[in-house]
Write a protein that binds this ligand. Structure first.
Ligand SMILES: NC(=O)c1ccc[n+]([C@@H]2O[C@H](COP(=O)([O-])OP(=O)(O)OC[C@H]3O[C@@H](n4cnc5c(N)ncnc54)[C@H](O)[C@@H]3O)[C@@H](O)[C@H]2O)c1
Length: 253
């Protein structure tokens, strides 16, 4: 299929690598204009040039000032914003006894506060460009707890509920803007490298993570891109306030 996002104008955070970059590539293949943003300014500019995005912008998603300028620039560059993908995210290893307040606050700022600040900043553009879609990249960690993911569990559960609140608000106001969360399991991007690296070889590292997944393999970024493309397209206009797992069966058990 192609052209499923024809005429769409997408702002994707965390687009320098990993999932955000995979979404950008797929969206362009499906006919959208794309602006990638990332805290790694040089890298996101290169990534944007490589995939033919309209721009690659330096952007700290925890900063309201950055959101104000990036939102306005993306809107001016694409003549609107009709897809907003909250993808930038970080993790932290720590349980209730070992996690530091500093690390906890950082994870909450990047993974959760950013969705509040960024959606609020972009609402005028989304309303102007509707039909529009907001997709929040949460995690299976927003559904299932692991003792050493205290901050990440908390942040990813919070954004799933925030997505529902945004969805219901838009529906009540009769905005044609849907909002959904996506919950991937371990997927092959740089974020899992510290966990893969805990074993002697890459094969053993990936096998150790896969053992928690009924399908016994890791996710591919392109698989998550397929789900996000659907949610960002007009095929999903009646789909809002929902949480979509893509996890090889992990949350089914
Ligand atoms: N890969 C997985 O296994 C997996 C599973 C579930 C959920 N997720 C989520 O998917 C999203 C994308 O992660 P990924 O796997 O591509 O990881 P990644 O580390 O490759 O990419 C995350 C990107 O976010 C950027 N970023 C970090 N802090 C930022 C900030 N303050 N402002 C702007 N950009 C910032 C990074 O520079 C990086 O390019 C994250 O929200 C992550 O929590 C990933």
């Amino acid at each position: 299929m192609s052209g499923r996002l024809a005429g769409k104008k997408a702002l994707i955070t965390g687009g320098a690598q990993g999932l955000g970059l995979a979404f950008g590539k797929r969206f362009i293949e499906e006919g959208a204009q794309v602006v990638l943003t990332d805290i790694q300014g040089g890298k996101v500019k290169e990534a944007a040039d490589e995939i033919g995005a309209a721009a690659g912008l330096q952007h700290d998603v925890t900063s309201p000032e950055d959101w104000a300028s990036v939102g306005a620039r993306a809107n001016a560059t694409m003549n609107g914003i009709s897809i907003l993908i909250h993808n930038a995210g970080i993790g932290s290893f720590g349980d209730i006894e070992t996690e530091t307040l500093e690390a906890y606050r950082k994870v909450m700022a990047v993974d959760t506060d950013s969705v509040f600040i960024g959606t609020q900043a972009c609402m005028p553009f989304l309303k102007e460009t509707q039909p529009a879609s907001i997709v929040v990249i949460s995690s299976v960690a927003g559904i299932k707890a692991q003792s050493s993911f205290l901050a990440y569990n908390t942040a990813k559960a919070a954004v799933a509920m925030m997505s529902k609140s945004i969805a219901v608000h838009c529906a009540k106001r009769k905005y044609d803007i849907n909002c959904n969360s996506v919950h991937p399991v371990f997927t092959k991007t740089p974020i899992i490298e510290p966990m893969v690296g805990m074993k002697a070889t890459r094969e053993e590292g990936e096998a150790a993570l896969s053992k928690y997944i009924p399908m016994k393999r890791l996710g591919e970024p392109e698989e998550v891109a397929s789900m996000v493309t659907y949610l960002a397209s007009d095929e999903a206009r009646f789909v809002t306030g929902s949480a979509f797992t893509i996890d090889g069966g992990m949350t089914a058990q």
